[in-house]
Ligand binder design. Structure first.
Ligand code: MN
Ligand code: MN
Length: 307
């Protein structure tokens, strides 16, 4: 880590920041993972991990995702969320720090059932194998092929409509898509690119669709809105979260009721001032595991930033 962080080249400064952001992200992920136990509130884990990142002077690249069982991604605790982990839950944790538009992104799965180790290994092996393929010039479908092979070897399916992605300044889902199977896309990786690789494994259909739960949004732009409460919430979003996705609970203050806040958010969404990230749910009602790392593409390999 230190060697990479201190590396000097044309882009030495942002490379160091990317390494720092990756380290802070992964540290928060690991510590959150240690907190996940039956009976503990999801909100407690999210607030702890997000607080750890902020305390070190970083922002969040997105609200911590804590997605359970058939949920693949994009759940984050609501304001005042009372939900606790159950003794058989398969828990996906996904978090990233941010600094000056440099974004971290990493994820892991905790199996509280102790009964789904193979499902976890499928995604973990897939991530390791995928990282082993990455270097400048590699085609993204070749990475996808390695992921699919590792997951099917364990008897599971990759989730085909989720995948990894390029990571650019203030853009977590930059143009490049890194598939979790061989989708025929022969786009090549370039040296110096930062990409996130995120295999999802399931015993379901291998497809997710939008659920009906919304807790994560991002800012689109100013729009006329009727209620003064919604205008106040929009002003707060413009000021505090102009770039990266935010959680509804981050917008709360002592003067806002939960009902009022969620009404304002719905109004802003209807007015197209903000965009929603619905919770993604496995279509075959399958259990889902996920591991994710961010890597820097190099000439002859890659280095993992989120470690
Ligand atoms: Mn992620
Ligand atoms: Mn990602």
């Amino acid at each position: 880590m230190a060697g990479k962080a201190d590396a000097k080249n044309e882009d030495g400064k942002s490379e160091k920041t990317a390494a720092d952001v990756g380290r802070v992200s992964y540290d928060a992920l690991k510590k959150a993972g240690e907190m996940v136990r039956p009976g503990i509130k999801l909100l407690e884990v999210a607030e702890y991990a997000e607080g750890l990142i902020r305390k070190q002077g970083y922002d969040l690249a997105f609200p911590m995702n804590i997605s359970i069982n058939q949920q693949a991604a994009h759940y984050t605790p609501a304001l005042g969320d009372e939900k606790v982990f159950g003794k058989d839950d398969i828990v996906k944790l996904d978090i990233g720090a941010a600094k000056d538009g440099i974004l971290g992104d990493c994820a892991m799965t905790v199996d509280l059932s102790h009964n789904n180790q193979a499902l976890l290994e499928a995604a973990q092996n897939a991530l390791n194998d995928a990282i082993g393929t990455v270097k400048a010039g590699v085609k993204v479908n070749y990475i996808g092929k390695a992921i699919e092979k590792a997951i099917t070897a364990k008897g599971f399916k990759p989730i085909k409509n989720l995948g990894g992605h390029g990571v650019a300044e203030h853009s977590l889902h930059a143009e490049l898509f890194v598939p979790n199977f061989d989708n025929g896309d022969e786009t090549e990786l370039d040296e110096g690119m930062v990409i996130a690789i995120e295999p999802f494994a399931t015993n379901g259909r291998g497809v997710v669709s939008d659920g009906d739960s919304y807790e994560i949004y991002d800012y689109i732009g100013p729009q006329p809105v009727r209620s003064s409460n919604a205008r106040g919430v929009l002003a707060k979003i413009e000021k505090s979260y102009p770039h990266e996705p935010f959680a509804v609970r981050w917008l709360a203050d002592s003067s806002s009721s939960k009902f009022g806040l969620y009404s304002s958010v719905r109004e802003l969404f209807s007015a197209s001032a903000i965009n929603a990230y619905p919770v993604l749910v496995e279509l075959g009602n399958g259990m889902v595991s996920q591991f994710e790392a961010e890597v820097l593409v190099e000439k002859d390999g890659c280095s993992v930033l989120t470690k």
